[in-house]
Design a protein around this ligand. Sequence first.
Ligand SMILES: NC(=O)c1ccc[n+]([C@@H]2O[C@H](COP(=O)([O-])OP(=O)(O)OC[C@H]3O[C@@H](n4cnc5c(N)ncnc54)[C@H](OP(=O)(O)O)[C@@H]3O)[C@@H](O)[C@H]2O)c1
Length: 363
Amino acid sequence: MARAIDLAAGGLGTTSPNPVVGCVILDPDGVVVGEGFHAYAGGPHAEVRALAAAGERARGGTAVVTLEPCDHTGRTGPCTQALISAGVVRVVAAVPDPDPVGGGGAHTLRAAGVEVTLGIGQAQAYAGNVAWLTATQRAATGDPRPYLIWKFASTLDGRSAAADGTSQWISSPEARADVQELRSTVDAIIVGVGTVLADDPHLTARTDAGALANRQPLRVIVDSAGRTPADARVRDGAARTWIATAAEVGGGADGRVDLRRLAAGLFDRGCRRVLLEGGPTLAGAFLRAGLVDRVVGYVAPKLLGAGPAALAAAGIVTIAEAIDLELTDVRRVGPDLRIDAAPRGVAPPHVELRDVSSGTART
Ligand SMILES: NC(=O)c1ccc[n+]([C@@H]2O[C@H](COP(=O)([O-])OP(=O)(O)OC[C@H]3O[C@@H](n4cnc5c(N)ncnc54)[C@H](OP(=O)(O)O)[C@@H]3O)[C@@H](O)[C@H]2O)c1
């Protein structure tokens, strides 16, 4: 399963609106004879790729897969049928599929006499597919929106720019390279029009060599009144761009873009994992709206003493209202510190692990 989870990660950033999935096929002696992952929406699913690699050696064998096999004919056929036709006798899956459309594969497999074990390596597989699982669970409860990561860079004293407004290169080249990697795993990059007016960023994903990556996230400018300049770099042809205005998306009481509707609009556009890159005003508004699932902060060992904070008002006036974060990772990136954290109580609970054959639930 650990290998299948590693394989699944190969699809991060390219499979939406589908999940990332990895699969390993073992022959009857337990020897690995096929591996595969889902690489892009509309392309073959992980199970189908792994079965193709295994060929006849899959007969009588085991499929180890990070997500319950789908039972649904979409752009490709159901994986349950592919596994049954290949003669697989046992399926070990980590996470039950919460999608009301694609789920239910375990039941079909069992009905065909295949032994199915659900829940092996569930926590790790869940973490590897957290964006899709979170977004899918929310959509099933009438709240369709992508998993949102807010990323920022600041000095050790929490400043995002100096007093004169200069902000370039707060973080190190290593941290900036890390951000490029993060961009390559998301479906969209969001900034407010304030950042476009101040910095004129390009908002593209680049390779280590500095070239444009093959696949580019959607660039989203949250711009209530349409102030993005005609010659802004985000308007070039390097990637798709959505300038989301209040007239199009809908405005809140303050006339600014309604961020809940913006998030639903991103879900409709197939986005499941998105990166909010600021600036401080928009980040504060997203946090206030409860739309942030994860925070990634790059903290540079520098002090400024003056200048704007990394986060502007988020509707908090007293310490008891502070947004409480749980640290999920802390590591050095070059000279800087990368801190990953998740606001408590925002993500839906893990899908309940159901035992399809008996109808009982285990967690
Ligand atoms: N250190 C970092 O990580 C980092 C990252 C990004 C930017 N920055 C810095 O941040 C500075 C820009 O700051 P900023 O706060 O003005 O930029 P921003 O957060 O990118 O943009 C703010 C603007 O977003 C628009 N907006 C649209 N809908 C909104 C809503 N619902 N709630 C709040 N805002 C909404 C507002 O303009 P309208 O009302 O006209 O729509 C608002 O003025 C720059 O100096 C940049 O260098 C730093």
